[in-house]
Design a protein around this ligand. Structure first.
Ligand code: CO
Length: 145
C-alpha cells in the first residue's frame, strides 16, 4: 500500500546555488547530499514534517536530469510515494497498464529500493514508488542486542 507522499523531486542546475533558497529563504534543514552514481545525479534532501524536498542535479551530460533540464528547465520533476510493499505496489501498477521505467526496483538515494512509472501512463506526472527509509521502518527484531 502507498502510505504517504515521501518526497517531491525538483530538477535543478546546481544544488549549491539552490540550497541557499531552501535554507536561507525557507528555513529548511538539509539532511544530506548524496551522489547516486547509477542515476547520474546528486541529490539533497530537506525534511519538511512527514515529507521531504529532494533536489536533483545532473552529474553527467547524459543524465536523465540533464535531459529534463534541457527540455523543460528547472522545476518539479517527480513525486515520490512511500510504499510498504514495493514489489506488490509495482506489480499492481503494471497489471493496471502503467508503463514502468523500472520493471524491477533499483537502488536510489539512501540505498532505498525505488521504481519509476513513466509519465506517459500517469497523466504527465513522473511517479516514483519507494520503500520507507531505514529510520521509518519498523525495527528489525534481529537488530536488537
Ligand atoms: Co525521488
Amino acid at each position: 500500500m502507498l502510505k504517504k507522499i515521501d518526497h517531491i523531486g525538483f530538477a535543478v542546475h546546481s544544488i549549491a546555488r539552490t540550497r541557499v533558497l531552501y535554507e536561507e529563504a525557507l528555513g529548511l534543514v538539509c539532511e544530506r547530499v548524496e551522489e547516486v552514481a547509477a542515476q547520474k545525479v546528486r541529490t539533497a534532501f530537506f525534511r519538511l514534517g512527514e515529507t521531504r524536498i529532494e533536489l536533483l542535479e545532473p552529474t553527467a551530460p547524459d543524465s536523465p536530469i540533464a535531459r529534463f533540464l534541457e527540455k523543460r528547465g528547472e522545476g518539479i520533476h517527480h513525486i515520490g510515494y512511500q510504499s510498504d510493499d514495493l514489489d506488490r505496489d509495482l506489480a499492481r501498477a503494471r497489471d493496471q497498464g502503467c508503463t514502468l521505467i523500472n520493471p524491477e526496483p533499483v537502488t536510489g538515494a539512501g540505498g532505498r529500493r525505488i521504481a519509476f512509472l513513466h509519465p506517459r501512463s500517469t497523466h504527465g506526472v513522473l511517479t516514483e514508488l519507494c520503500e520507507a527509509g531505514r529510520a521509518e521502518q519498523p525495527p528489525d527484531p534481529e537488530d536488537q542486542p
